[in-house]
Design a protein around this ligand. Structure first.
Ligand SMILES: Nc1ncnc2c1ncn2[C@@H]1O[C@H](COP(=O)(O)OP(=O)(O)OP(=O)(O)O)[C@@H](O)[C@H]1O
Ligand SMILES: [Mg+2]
Length: 491
């Protein structure tokens, strides 16, 4: 039972596609269900105007109707400068990206009066939604019918473009978690641990922290996603870790791929988790597979991918996103899929029939990138592939069979584990870390694990006259790490 004096700290996995929130309560970690009773909340925000927004599952329900006011995938650009974002990623923001005077990214949003009116009418519906009711499943056919009946796809009325920093948008997701958890436990909550890809830079981390602060949360720690997953795994199989083990975490979600190697040892009743190396790619995730499928479908139908950006085609783009993702997921369990789009306005489409082998061939560059990342990470750990006891699968895209096959080929002597749900394992890890920091929480938890994480990128300073980067703290140094060097002012 929760006492009034017990503190709750949220453990949040802020994902590209879905975010998950966990807490450590009554001696174990658990995931908090969102307003629809689901453990995964879409990382989607819908703006009514500059001041008002709707986030999560409810916002996703409006994806099609208000595409100009709805933003997703902000994690892909948080903390980045405009020039650091690839053209491919820029293409997938419906109204594009803008930059401020310092070159920092702003995501463009379009407010429409039409939307405000619509939302007002639908407030009545939302009131009837409570945690026990079956969630709204996005049925594209239904929504398309709805749109066509309205005869109003483009919302051209009274446009008002405005740019938002990605952290402002992420804050809306975090705020829904804070509110949902407060309601669920009937308790004031103002602290959180937020997970970030291990490969995130300092700026990306700072902006994630800022998102938490904007949501009214004190971010007591940022926690690397693969390390969080490793902690959840080790916590679950504590007894197995009474001797030294070597693990590799493979985490592929919607936008990023992160790989981490670690060693556990057992000393004086404590499990010591020492991260050895970490490698990541922030442009390697489920969305990249979906985009290749979309491009293939368009290619056989002689349709240009750039044409999808035009507002008249946004409905087509949305439908393609939905069907290709569905098809990709089906290919994880069956050998062949047919991507079929019914006649759409005046367009007829040829079906794309794809076997799993053909899909693997289409995406071979992405698989090759994943393989190279794994090999690089193992090399940096100083271990050999045969040294690893366990491989832990994390993130929705780790369900792709080819990924498992690549791992099996590389790690012939290791066991591959997906027993803990790859969708929620990161949030569970964050909740366990949070539990150890809660006042009045079981002291044992605090003493049980010692985590020694590393810096994922070399840190240093720029030195004159040739403006060269001088690394001071090399990549994969264990934190905390101290280094002193004397530099003089340059005139
Ligand atoms: N069975 C499956 N087969 C293939 N892909 C899948 C399957 N299930 C989910 N996915 C993909 O996993 C991705 C979502 O995974 P997840 O929720 O772990 O990502 P995320 O945490 O939002 O992203 P990130 O960690 O990159 O920020 C989507 O691209 C989805 O299509
Ligand atoms: Mg993730």
């Amino acid at each position: 039972m929760l006492n009034n004096s017990d503190e709750i700290i949220l453990g949040i996995d802020l994902g590209t596609d879905f975010s998950v929130c966990g807490v450590y309560i009554n001696g174990h970690p658990e995931i908090i269900p969102n307003e629809y009773g689901l453990s995964m909340t879409p990382s989607v925000v819908l703006f009514e105007d500059e001041m008002k927004s709707v986030a999560g599952s409810r916002a996703k329900g409006y994806s099609l109707r208000f595409r100009d006011s709805i933003i997703s995938e902000m994690k892909r650009v948080i903390g980045l400068k405009y020039d650091e974002v690839s053209e491919r990623v820029k293409k997938y923001f419906p109204l594009g990206l803008d930059k401020d005077e310092e070159g920092k990214i702003k995501i463009l949003v379009n407010f429409t009066n039409n939307f405000k009116r619509k939302l007002k009418n639908e407030k009545q519906i939302s009131l009837n939604i409570n945690t026990n009711i079956t969630p709204i499943i996005l049925d594209s056919a239904f929504i398309i019918k709805d749109i066509l009946n309205e005869g109003n796809c483009n919302l051209e009325t009274k446009k008002e473009l405005k740019g938002f920093y990605p952290e402002n948008i992420c804050a809306q997701i975090l705020k829904t978690f804070k509110e949902c958890a407060q309601k669920y436990y009937n308790k004031y909550i103002n602290k959180a641990i937020i997970t970030v890809p291990a490969d995130f830079s300092n700026e990306q981390r700072e902006c994630t922290k800022k998102a938490g602060e904007l949501a009214g949360l004190e971010v007591i720690q940022l926690f690397n996603e693969p390390t969080a997953a490793a902690l959840a795994y080790i916590y679950n199989y504590k007894d197995y870790f009474n001797k030294e083990k070597k693990l590799l975490v493979f985490d592929m979600g919607a936008g990023t791929c992160d790989i981490t190697t670690l060693k556990t040892s057992y000393y004086d009743g404590k499990i010591i988790i020492k991260i050895l190396s970490t490698s990541g790619d922030q442009n390697l995730g489920g969305k990249d597979f979906d985009n290749l499928l979309i491009e293939k479908f368009l290619e056989i139908n002689n349709f240009n991918v750039d044409d999808l950006k035009q507002s008249k085609n946004h409905l087509l783009h949305y439908r393609l996103k939905v069907v290709t993702e569905k098809a990709k997921k089906l290919l994880s369990t069956q050998d062949k899929i047919i991507i079929h789009l019914e006649k759409f306005i005046n367009l007829y489409f040829e079906d794309l029939i794809l076997t799993r082998n053909e899909f693997e061939d289409l995406c071979k560059d992405l698989f090759e990138k994943s393989k190279n990342l794994i090999i690089k990470c193992v090399k940096e750990s100083g271990l050999k592939t045969d040294d690893f006891d366990d491989i832990i699968l994390v993130g929705g895209s780790s369900r792709i069979p080819k990924i498992k096959n690549i791992l099996k080929e590389i790690f012939k002597k290791s066991e591959i584990h997906d027993e803990i749900d790859p969708d929620t394992i990161v949030a569970l890890g964050a909740a366990i870390l949070a539990g150890g920091k809660q006042i009045n929480e079981n002291e044992e938890l605090n003493r049980e694990f010692i985590i020694e994480d590393v810096v994922s990128k070399s840190l240093g300073i720029e030195v004159r006259p040739n403006k060269k980067f001088k690394p001071l703290i090399p990549k994969n140094s264990t934190i905390p790490f101290e280094e002193c060097e004397l530099f003089t002012t340059y005139y």
